[in-house]
Design a protein around this ligand. Structure first.
Ligand SMILES: NC(=O)C1=CN([C@@H]2O[C@H](COP(=O)(O)OP(=O)(O)OC[C@H]3O[C@@H](n4cnc5c(N)ncnc54)[C@H](O)[C@@H]3O)[C@@H](O)[C@H]2O)C=CC1
Ligand SMILES: CC(C)CC(=O)C(=O)O
Length: 366
């Protein structure tokens, strides 16, 4: 059944990693390496079953292929999941994972994701160079969340332009679901521009921090969908744009950081469009973090990375334009943009070049 799915959705590789001493149980999925090595974060989650973990890593790895392609990076898509509760973490668990990552010889490069930190990446770095988002003391880029937040803010401005004819967020009401690492910094940018915030989170301290620092209005977990607001920013979970929630939305636009927001991509992106809601595709909006960590591969330069994140404004605009021109949803337009870049490169890479690590180059060095 797994090979059937891999064949159907063009996955390249699925690696199961086990280390008895540290308790590591991890799965690395590599979806597509046409554009370059697969780059994607490492998530730690207490999955209810192994099937759920496999499904998650496959979905997330494919998402990274599209994210990296649409962001204009020369990188493919992959992801790691570690099965377990975050309080079961240890130095040796991440070092064991680092050795597995190293064994892939550069086909996959890891980074932070939900429940993993810069410290965890530093442990992986003890075992392999194929890790990003490591400490700034190594001349590296550190925690990607603030850059992801900046990218969401830039994308939100372009989305506001599409929905309201003006990219200013001043006076706009923004409903934020989940005020964690990314969303807190995103709220800072939005608040500084003069927007009003309505927030919810399952963590009361996170809500209180936004109330105290940004004068945000706090609402209940289920209330966030139906509040009177201009833009909805999902920054917590996947699958939250669905048959039950979309009819409740009063906003004119959706733009947030969480991955896989649409429960069913085709159905729910069309449903948003039919409700007159501008949807900014999640994997384009939340690419700031991966753009930032990818810059490490050239020797990290914050100015260069930030400039590339600011280019997301035009990239989102391009997606809105394609959707209008082709009469498709913005989700379909984003997929098309990513797929065309991957297909285009297949033609370029069919031409022999010594730039690729060729057999002849290897022999020359012997
Ligand atoms: N950190 C990064 O650089 C990137 C993050 N993302 C995505 O953005 C989202 C947020 O990421 P982070 O801020 O790093 O994670 P986080 O774990 O710091 O924040 C998520 C927040 O959502 C809250 N939450 C969980 N369930 C909730 C619910 N049912 N209702 C309301 N709030 C709920 C949590 O309490 C937490 O405060 C995730 O989906 C992640 O995959 C995507 C790209 C990069
Ligand atoms: C920092 C990124 C590599 C995190 C990631 O995997 C993502 O963008 O979803």
């Amino acid at each position: 059944m797994i090979f059937e799915r891999m064949e159907h959705e063009d996955y390249e590789q699925l690696v199961f990693c086990h280390d008895k001493t540290s308790g590591l149980k991890a799965i690395i999925a590599i979806h597509d390496t046409t554009l370059g090595p697969a780059l994607g974060g490492c998530r730690m989650w207490d999955y209810a079953s192994e099937e759920e973990a496999i499904d998650d890593v496959l979905r997330l790895a494919k998402g990274m292929t599209y994210k990296n392609a649409a962001a204009g990076l020369n990188l493919g898509g992959g992801k790691t999941v570690i099965i377990g509760k975050p309080d079961q973490k240890s130095e040796f668990m991440f070092r064991a994972l680092g050795r597995y990552v190293n064994s892939l010889n550069g086909r996959y490069i890891t980074a932070e994701d939900v429940n993993t930190t810069v410290q965890d990446m530093d442990y992986i770095y003890e075992e392999t160079p194929y890790v990003t988002g490591i400490s700034e003391s190594y001349g590296s880029s550190g925690n990607p969340s603030p850059k992801t937040a900046y990218g969401v803010y830039i994308s939100m401005k372009r989305t506001a332009k599409e929905a309201f004819g003006d990219d200013s967020l001043k006076g706009k009401k923004i409903a934020v679901q989940g005020v964690g690492n990314v969303a807190y910094t995103m709220c800072e940018y939005i608040h500084d521009e003069g927007a009003e915030l309505i927030v919810t989170d399952i963590n009361e301290d996170s809500v209180q921090r936004a109330v105290d620092n940004f004068g945000a209005q706090a609402v209940g977990i289920d209330e966030i969908y139906s509040v009177d607001a201009d833009i909805f920013a999902p920054c917590a979970l996947g699958g939250i744009l669905n048959d039950e929630t979309i009819p409740q939305l009063k906003v004119k636009a959706v733009c947030g950081s969480s991955n896989n927001q649409l429960k069913e991509i085709a159905k729910h992106s069309k449903m948003l469009q039919d409700h007159g809601i501008v949807y900014a595709p999640d994997f384009v909006v939340n690419a700031g973090g991966v753009i930032n960590v990818a810059d490490e591969l050239q020797g990290y330069n914050e100015e260069r990375a930030t400039k590339k994140i600011e280019e997301m404004y035009d990239q989102i605009g391009k997606i809105f334009d394609i959707a209008k021109r082709e009469n498709i949803t913005t989700a379909e337009a984003a997929d098309r943009l990513a797929e065309e870049r991957i297909e285009g490169y297949k033609n370029v890479s069919s031409t022999f070049s010594l730039h690729n690590k060729s057999l002849i180059e290897t022999r020359k060095n012997k």
